[in-house]
Design a protein around this ligand. Structure first.
Ligand code: NAD
Length: 259
């Protein structure tokens, strides 16, 4: 494992790995979007400094938990809806444009990888997407904005307009089973990868964090670009400490020159 002290050394090491790779999988977490103005969960000032997560079982069983979900959404959804991709999201699109990046596997629900311009079939959103709602009764899907407007207008627990059932944002809650499809697709991408680049994740949320671990177990080089230590640092080929939007773009640019 290499941990470089100076950012310019880290950028050069990362660029060298990127330049040689042909099937890069990026694994991203909330840290890639903090520079777009969306707080992460675990940094100081992050979401968990303010609120503990609402468990899926509580959402199903307790009307008060559902009302609290929509109340919190009044604060958090406008921030996500207004955010734009930053230089780190765009650097990953550049790798895809060069034909070197096969998939972005993200824990994020902000939709910023898609908005940055990746082909939709190459973005795997493990924890869903905050921009939609679904009915737990009839499975109707709708854009979040329409329901957000209803809550703004005073509905504390908006019901499905088709069947009266419980609506839920199309994100995966704590304690909610993850859909098999995205996880299986992510696993396939990791098994085919020749480089795993982790960006902005504390790597403590499972099963998602099992994917970089799988890459390491397969002997695939793993780079971790993160501001703080993670439990997988020991297994990484390269650790790049610092802000993703400052470090990834110059590394991607330099990689083009090295190739
Ligand atoms: P996390 O909050 O546990 O960890 C974020 C990590 O990113 C931290 O280790 C932090 O040091 C690092 N970081 C913060 N800003 C950074 C930056 N500019 N550059 C590099 N690193 C930076 O997030 P997680 O690992 O994604 O797991 C938490 C869960 O939170 C996920 O399941 C995700 O669905 C959800 N979440 C998503 C969003 C979003 O969609 N933007 C925001 C908050 C939480």
């Amino acid at each position: 494992m290499i941990e470089t002290e100076k950012p310019e050394h880290a950028i050069r090491q990362l660029a060298t790995l990127l330049a040689c790779a042909r099937r890069i999988v990026a694994f991203t977490g909330a840290g890639i979007s903090t520079e777009s103005g969306i707080p992460d969960f675990r940094s100081p000032g992050g979401v968990w400094d303010k609120n503990q997560p609402i468990q899926y079982a509580d959402f199903l069983a307790d009307v008060e938990a559902r009302r609290e979900t929509w109340r919190r959404g009044m604060q958090t959804y406008p921030v996500v809806a207004a955010a734009s991709p930053n230089a780190a999201h765009i650097a990953l699109v550049e790798l895809a444009r060069r034909g070197q990046l096969t998939a972005v596997v993200t824990q994020n629900i902000d939709g910023l990888h898609l908005r940055a311009g990746h082909a939709p079939e190459t973005v795997i959103e493990l924890h869903g997407n905050a921009h939609g709602v679904r009915c737990l009764g009839c499975e109707m899907h709708a854009p979040r904005t329409a329901v957000h407007e209803r809550v703004l207008a005073g509905e504390s627990e908006p019901a499905c307009i088709a069947c009266g059932g419980i609506l839920k944002p199309t994100t995966i809650s704590f304690g909610e089973p993850m859909p098999r499809g995205p996880l299986a697709a992510a696993e396939r991408a990791v098994r085919a990868a020749d480089l795993m680049v982790v960006v902005g994740s504390s790597l403590v949320v499972y099963p998602a964090a099992g994917l970089p671990l799988l890459a390491a177990q397969l002997g695939t080089p793993v780079v971790i670009v993160n501001q703080t230590p993670t439990p997988l640092d020991e297994r990484a080929t390269l650790l790049v400490r610092g802000k993703a939007a400052e470090l990834l773009p110059p590394a991607v640019e330099l990689a083009a020159a090295i190739r």
